[in-house]
Design a protein around this ligand. Structure first.
Ligand SMILES: Nc1ncnc2c1ncn2[C@@H]1O[C@H](COP(=O)(O)OP(=O)(O)OP(=O)(O)O)[C@@H](O)[C@H]1O
Ligand SMILES: [Mg+2]
Ligand SMILES: [Zn+2]
Length: 474
């Protein structure tokens, strides 16, 4: 006996059975009712959302022996053949394997013939984005002068790969994943029809694991029934999906609450050893932390954390999220996640959030090493100090000899202007990162630097690798 998968067995036979896709269903059934069916459609959306299914339903609507209807009978020969995929006027072309121009040419030649059995010939081109450029061009010709009684449905998971020239001649429908609730309802319907026992929480898990794919949800359900020995229980389903048991995540969060780094590291170690996907675990932990934070904010307590843990959770969440993103790209996922647990130990060095909010600044508590300062620019400081202190001082500072020592700046100026500068010392100091002192010196006026260099001298210097040791006034 061959077993018919749920996806096949429960493939919708009419619009009412379709899960989600309300807009698509409504527009199409109205179009059929009003006799306004377009000759070309694009059905875009991820896998297993019902693109092919709806294309077949349309084919039935147009070819049901009882007449064109948005509610095909499903019993007549045409309807049954369409359901089986053997209706001679329904062409299902897989563009992934028939990408070429020849296949499209065949269609082109075919469009001029009348339908064999039905009223309309329907061409369902699956994975339409895979067609070659020539094939698209050939298709375009057909779409430009559509012969009557031919309908094209291009299904694709990658709409952006369909050329604009084609898109502008088709009516496009975007298929969106149904809600989790719609998927659990769908699963429930199947199980009840089949008379299979189930636990609601298990359906929740399947719906989450399906990521919105209806076909995926149905095939996980197939596996869950087999794995559960004919029942769909939460525990077995969780095992099947590799979902980490609730008590393990709970223990981890308790260890987090108690800042028990060792225990957290151990839990990760154990999960990894038992073959769980620890990034899945981490993701679960992240969403739990998020839930607890929200609970604390709205209800002041959660079953593990207390109100004043919020800050700790915010930081933890940050650190863990970074770890998660990193781990996703690295081979040693466990190491990275364990490292982010270790990072929690150094959290005490962080400034309490309250302080940041009150002061409106983001300072960190002083560490052993000095924070890196912006590089001090002496020239800028001199200019600024001069500007603030006033004209004469500005000039004096510019000409002064300033040296930086370990713990201070020394401004060496001629005796004659030392007092002038000392008067403005308070102003000047503000522009320097270390204390500033004034030192009086005797500036020798007799030695002047040459205003212009003599090219000949430069040449000689270069030639002899020499150095100027003194100048003589002319
Ligand atoms: N919206 C839906 N409602 C109910 N069942 C659905 C829906 N979408 C998909 N399914 C189930 O999944 C199976 C596959 O659906 P279908 O072939 O229509 O998906 P598709 O969007 O064409 O996917 P693909 O891009 O992989 O071709 C169907 O047999 C059906 O059981
Ligand atoms: Mg399909
Ligand atoms: Zn029919």
């Amino acid at each position: 006996m061959t077993y018919e998968t749920f996806a096949r067995k429960y493939r919708p036979k009419n619009f009412q059975q379709v899960v989600g896709q309300e807009t698509v269903v409504k527009t199409l059934s109205n179009a059929i009712k009003l006799g306004r069916v377009s000759h070309a459609y694009i059905f875009a959306g991820s896998r297993g959302l019902g693109k092919t299914t709806i294309a077949r339903i349309i084919t039935k609507c147009l070819n049901c022996e009882e007449g064109i209807t948005e509610n095909p009978c499903g019993k007549c020969e045409n309807c049954r053949e369409i359901e089986k995929g053997s209706f001679p006027d329904m062409y299902e072309i897989d563009a992934a394997s028939n990408r070429g121009i020849d296949d499209i040419r065949t269609i082109r030649d075919n469009v001029s013939y009348a339908p064999i059995k039905g009223r309309y010939k329907v061409y369902i081109i699956d994975e339409a984005h895979m067609l070659t450029r020539e094939a698209f061009n050939a298709l375009l010709k057909t779409l430009e002068e559509p012969p009557p009684n031919n309908i094209f449905i291009l299904a694709t998971t990658e709409l952006h790969k369909i050329p604009d020239t084609i898109r502008s001649r088709c009516q496009t429908f975007i298929f969106k994943p149904p809600t989790k609730k719609q998927i659990t309802e769908y699963l429930k319907r199947i199980l009840e029809e089949e008379g299979i026992e189930y636990e609601k929480d298990a359906l929740q898990l399947i719906s989450e694991a399906s990521n919105g794919g209806v076909r995926d949800a149905a095939s996980i359900l197939d596996q869950a029934v087999i794995y559960g020995g004919g029942q769909v229980k939460k525990e077995t389903t969780a095992q099947l999906l590799g979902v980490i048991p609730e008590e393990i995540t709970k223990n981890f969060l308790l260890a987090l609450k108690n800042k028990d780094i060792k225990e957290m590291v151990k839990i990760v170690e154990k999960l990894d050893r038992e073959g769980y996907d620890i990034t899945v675990f981490w993701n679960q932990i992240l969403s739990k932390i998020h839930k607890h934070m929200i609970n604390l904010l709205t209800e002041e307590k959660s079953d593990i954390f207390e109100k004043n843990d919020i800050e700790y959770l915010i930081y933890t969440n940050d650190i863990f999220k970074k770890g998660y993103l990193e781990a996703k790209n690295f081979f040693d996922k466990k190491d990275i996640l364990q490292l982010s647990i270790l990072k929690l130990r150094f959290m005490k060095n962080l400034v309490p959030l309250k302080e940041i909010i009150e002061k409106g600044i983001t300072v960190q508590e002083k560490r052993e090493e000095k924070p890196k300062e912006k590089k001090f620019d002496l020239q800028k400081a001199i200019l600024k100090a001069g500007k603030e202190a006033g004209g004469i001082v500005a000039g004096a500072l510019k000409n002064a000899n300033i040296k930086e020592e370990d713990d201070r700046f020394v401004i060496m100026v001629d005796k004659t202007i030392a007092d002038l500068i000392t008067d403005k010392l308070e102003i000047i100091k503000k522009h320097f990162p270390k204390p500033v002192v004034i030192e009086e010196i005797q500036i020798k006026t007799e030695r002047k630097k040459p205003k212009k260099r003599d090219e000949a001298v430069d040449k000689v210097l270069e030639l002899f690798q020499g150095k100027i040791i003194s100048y003589k006034e002319e």
